[in-house]
Design a protein around this ligand. Structure first.
Ligand code: MG
Length: 263
């Protein structure tokens, strides 16, 4: 007659044997979980962080605004290019890309003047519209403004999705220093009836800090009231000439990579 401990041990051995057997049946070879095709496209990264990779469309490399037009009349963009940077000309209004985009990865760098004046929204205000859907400020704005020790409503500070999502952190550098946005934009999808089928989403890194994490966009940016969608297709990327009286800001090193839509 077996002792209780021997019976318990043999029961455990039997159970573990069953488990090992079923695992061996489910996974017979490591190759069964390897995927070889299709191979990802080869992209040569820039030598320095923030540089344009090999498949990027360079929108501004410091020399000219050939990729840009004035938003309101589509005439050549009239902002000031000097010393490798472009500075907003508030008398000329917003500028936008000649090309239209759907989903993309965007890099841009901006600088608030060191001697900036003003307070709140009237201190270095500009912005990047991820899709320009019409004249003026129509579109979806990620805010640019001096948010270094400059309080304003949090869903209107730098790196906010304006009037929708405050940034997850305030990663602002001091006025006079260059700052970077790296943005992943997933354009909204509309049904055949023009109704929104899948809202836009946006991810933003501000100076390398995650500040918008796949945030769902509620509709086009509006200053007063609630955002709403209206159907549109591929759209330009737009930079804002804001009417506040503070000194204009500058941009440099702007590039975009189109990416496939989500399945
Ligand atoms: Mg703005």
């Amino acid at each position: 007659m077996k002792s209780k401990s021997v019976m318990r041990a043999s029961a455990l051995l039997g159970l573990s044997g069953l488990l090992v057997g079923s695992l061996a049946l489910a996974q017979t070879k490591p190759e069964e979980t390897e995927v070889w095709k299709p191979t990802p496209s080869v992209v040569t990264p820039a030598r320095e962080a923030g540089g344009a990779p090999s498949d990027a469309l360079v929108l501004f490399d410091g020399h000219n605004l050939d990729q840009w037009v004035s938003t309101n009349d589509k005439s050549p963009a009239g902002w000031t290019v000097a010393g490798g940077v472009v500075t907003v000309d508030k008398t000329r209004g917003n500028i936008e890309t000649k090309r239209a985009f759907r989903d993309y990865q965007l890099h841009l760098e901006w600088r608030i003047p060191a001697d900036i004046t003003g307070a709140g929204q009237a201190r270095g205000n500009s912005g990047v519209f991820l899709a320009s859907t019409g004249p003026g400020d129509h579109g979806y704005e990620v805010q640019i403004v001096d948010s270094y020790e400059n309080a304003t409503y949090v869903n209107g500070q730098a790196a906010s999705v304006y009037k929708q999502h405050p940034p997850l952190a305030n990663a602002s550098r001091k006025p006079g220093e260059w700052q970077a946005y790296d943005i992943v934009w997933r354009a909204p999808v509309f049904g055949a009836d023009g109704a929104i089928a899948r809202p836009a989403t946006v991810t933003v890194l501000h100076n390398g800090v995650l500040v918008q994490d796949n945030a769902t966009v509620a509709g086009e940016t509006v200053y007063i009231g609630k955002p709403a969608y209206k159907a549109h297709g591929a759209a330009p990327i737009k930079l804002q000439a804001h009417g506040d009286p503070s000194a204009p800001i500058s941009f440099r090193n702007i590039w975009v990579r189109e990416i496939p839509p989500r399945p």
